[in-house]
Design a protein around this ligand. Sequence first.
Ligand code: GLC
Length: 739
Amino acid sequence: MKPLHEKLKNPIYLFLITVLYGCILNAQSKSIDNIQQNNMETSINNIIKQLTLEEKVVMCHAQSKFSTKGVERLGIPEIWMADGPHGVRAEISWDSWAYAGWTNDSITAFPALTCLAATFNPELAGDYGFSLGEEARYRKKDVLLGPGVNIYRTPMNGRNFEYMGEDPFLASTMVVPYIQGVQKNGVAACVKHFALNNQEHWRDKINVEASDRALHEIYLPAFKAAVQEADVWAVMGAYNKFRGQYTTHHELLINKILKGDWAYDGVVISDWSSAHDTMEAANNGLDIEMGTGTDGLGTTTLNHYANYFLANPFLEKLKSGAISESVLDDKVRRVLRLRFRTNLSKNRPLGRANNVEHHEVARKVATEGIVLLKNDNNFFPIKDDKDLTIAIIGENATRSMTAGGGSSELKPKFEISPLEGIKARYKNARILHSMGYETGPSEYAKVNPPSLDQDSLKAEAIKLAKKADIVLFVGGLNKSHLQDCEGDDRQQYGLPFGQEDLIRAISKVNQNVGFILLTGNAVEMPWLDHVKGVMQAWYLGSMAGHAMADVISGDVNPSGKLPFTFPKKLEDNGAHSFGETSYPGVNLTQHYKEDILVGYRWHDTKHIDPLYAFGYGMSYTSFEIENIKSDKENYHQNDNIIVTCNVTNTGAKSGAEVVQVYIGKPKSKVDRALKELKGFQKVTLEPGHGTHLNIEVPVSSLAYYDETLSDWVVEKGNYLIHVGNASNNISKKIKINIK
Ligand code: GLC
């Protein structure tokens, strides 16, 4: 029998010992997790035993605009919340929407989530969430009120800029790492708004009617991924009704689906003033009521915190026995779990804010999210040439885009405007600027008039354009009421503020016009033939100007892909194809008649060519996707489909491409979209280099929601895999069979 040290020289033994040690470690770590989990539950049970009824109830509603009470005598801390999805909002007053006027609450403004979605880069979403979570931790917030993942159903929704586009798979894939990143800081993410809050018009009154298939296949997946894959610690209810009941305390959505089927163990927080009834709030799963009866959003300013639906009225029904204490205890358990995950967590990391790493993440998300839509005769990139005169025209070249928009507005430490960024980058070219058009300051629920004379601004811009070799028109929408702003929807699909006339007038005197679109929504482009280049540049936050200059100059090769479709005209969009009953609703009820055919699903299936397609985005280089195959032809229910291909950078600049895998079922017993995104992978390649990609698609992800079974079913038979670099640019289709 050889001694152990002799045996260990034998690689087989060494391997076995390593594996065995690994198993023990893994078991230990699991058991440590279990112990921590059990400790938490045990601690929670012990605390609940010590709480009075009043102390339990008071933890279920606000004590101020953005905080809930703890239990002083037991040392249970308060919970502090802050908006929003793109950065930590400035401190708000105790009991009004007014800002508190602090001077220590400026932060990093990250790009809007539409931009993050456009990167098609889940790893970057993780960096984004982690950086934002660090800033929330530094600002001592326990809950960050974001991300928003409501599906982009109509280009008129004022809040689309805060969300992740029209496709549930893209939104699900991007939201998981974002939430995990935030929560690594011991700060709860709060995924919102649950659910079917797909417009701002009548948001607190509208009743949405939608099929079970649309609900489960389109509007819930990103929330389900947040709960089941990202383990999100908070969910925010929405303002609207669904099938006649307020979503914030909804039997089907919260009790049955969220806390039942999905086994969600975190808290449900209302939107501000989205709770409407004590019995429903108690029995249908609302755990923390915020914002009721406050000025601005609420039904009345008479209410105060003791009169909240989950305050004294709740207490009385508990005392009378109309509501059993077990209902209350479930809420308290969740609210205490939130604390053990955040401000009662022993190893909670410190936060950081306004540091270089966060600025770099903000810049990288911005440059990777910018989508190059049009680039005739290589208009972009623009050289920094001393003989070149560039005229920067448009209010959005200098207007702050972190101010306004509603609850996601921010007070950044700094915000580099497009003009500043371009001036900093172009040291040789001559940069001219004129506003071209001007609109009033962004304000919630109010349109402020412009202060300058529009005709003279227009005349000045045209005069400047005549003198320039190139015009960069920086326009689009903005964060004002009735634009990309919470609280209401846009009132036109085309560009506002006279931009369409202005851009035509400029292109009459200058043939070299590029349009830098700053929006969170698709817009009509009747002026498209008058410009040579178009960039969709989103709302980019603190590093906006530098990121835009990076891409305009070619320092960074654009790689963004559209997270939503640009229809040629509004009527081409599914939600706008069924009259007012579909959008914005009639008598405060609307029917999602396009059902599961949202976005490109509608355009593909109804054969309506979009202006720009979901998944589309150009590059300064070119790519070849070839040798596209599936690993098998026949699959079983619990197989993974592996789609392989080779991608080569056939151009002269390094760049990134997003290979997209869509799958459809030509013959099906149920209505289906022609194809649906089921996988994607982004790859960066040097010129002339290539790589091999494997994209895995679980067969289970091909299931449709069977309304008769109220369950998911994978239909057997033939499917078609569509592989390409845009939903309307498919390189190859492969037929497979599911047994
Ligand atoms: C707002 C928004 C919600 C936000 C909350 C607090 O009305 O709908 O997203 O987090 O109220 O500002």
